[in-house]
Design a binder for this molecule. Structure first.
Ligand SMILES: *[C@@H]1O[C@H](CO)[C@@H](O)[C@H](O)[C@H]1NC(C)=O
Ligand SMILES: *[C@@H]1O[C@H](CO)[C@@H](O)[C@H](O)[C@H]1NC(C)=O
Length: 302
């Protein structure tokens, strides 16, 4: 079986060799190269065999299924015009890669004097982008036993960022059960979304938190943020409620009194205006000092 296979491959290899004498054949040092943004990268396209003297060389960029020319008629064109050049025979060198360069590139060589006149090779370029400082949200204070959600998000990184959380600068393990220090903690950590979710916080969960977004290109961290965990004090709550009730009662009583006093005062005034002569109750009017007129009148009546 193995021997038959070996014989077959040898046969294939020899026929391949015979035909390549008059064929254009390309190869590449790296068909899946990557670089970091703003660095240089070469898309290697090497001519392994050719008989034609002046082959036609073209590069196309294929993004979202749409091909566009990058190198045509011995000139670099489009977005890469100022950032790329050809290195003999057909390698495309990008000097300052940007994130929009992430795409498939096709090197095509046409050699009219060869028997097999055309070959092409596909290169998939990835331009990695370092994460920027992530946006972190940490609740400032949480009562013991309540749930809490800490979030960390970063959108620039490529490939997409993964997240790590730290408490007091110590990394929080994905699974609390793997560490004696975090063993009783109730959190779930999602490294893909950056969410750290406690179903019931404990006193020990309080501390300074921060998050790190990272990918192959690098990492970036947000500032430390304090999460305070406080006890719910039942006596305190009862006292507070009592105080609120007392205050509300006092206000209600106060309003009632004020209303009643106001009500009587106006009654008295209208009474004065209309009933003074008829009633002739002198004592009342003497008490109201601002109504000297009536006092005199009443005195007179008496
Ligand atoms: C690369 O390009 C970016 C903008 O696209 C520019 O800010 C930077 O200066 C360039 N770097 C070099 C070395 O040319
Ligand atoms: C976890 O809880 C158990 C039972 O409540 C306790 O015995 C143990 O000491 C706790 N471990 C830590 C690390 O707090």
């Amino acid at each position: 079986m193995a021997i038959t296979r070996l014989a077959c491959s040898l046969l294939l290899l020899s026929t391949h060799c015979c035909f390549t004498a008059l064929a254009v054949v390309l190869k590449s040092n790296d068909q899946s190269p990557w670089t970091n943004e703003f660095e240089s990268i070469e898309l290697s396209c090497l001519i392994e065999s050719i008989s034609t003297n002046n082959p036609r060389i073209e590069w196309k960029k294929i993004q979202n299924g749409e091909p566009s020319y990058v190198y045509f008629d011995k000139k670099v064109s489009g977005d890469l015009e100022t950032r790329a050049r050809i290195r003999e025979p057909a390698t495309l060198v990008i000097t300052n890669a940007t994130r929009s360069d992430t795409a498939d590139y096709r090197c095509e060589v046409t050699a009219p004097s060869d028997q097999k006149t055309f070959d092409e090779i596909l290169i998939s370029l990835v331009v990695r982008v370092k994460p920027v400082v992530p946006k972190c949200s940490v609740p400032k204070s949480v009562p013991v036993g309540k749930s809490a959600e800490l979030r960390c998000v970063e959108e620039e990184g490529f490939p997409k960022s993964q997240y790590q959380w730290f408490r007091n600068k110590e990394e929080i393990p994905d699974d609390p059960k793997t560490s004696p220090k975090f063993f009783n903690s109730t959190y779930m950590l999602n490294a893909e979304t950056g969410t750290l979710k406690f179903s019931a916080v404990r006193k020990e969960d309080g501390g300074e938190y921060h998050c790190r977004a990272r990918n192959d290109a690098g990492h970036s961290e947000c500032e430390l943020q304090m999460m305070e965990v406080y006890d719910i004090n039942i006596t305190g709550i009862v006292l507070a409620v009592l105080v609120v009730v007392v205050v509300l009662l006092s206000i209600t009583v106060g309003i009632c009194c004020a209303y009643k006093r106001g009500y009587f005062a106006s009654q008295k005034q209208t009474g004065n205006n209309y009933k003074v002569p008829a009633k002739g109750d002198g004592v009342d009017y003497v008490r109201t000092e601002d109504e000297g007129d009536f006092r005199h009148k009443s005195s007179f009546v008496i």
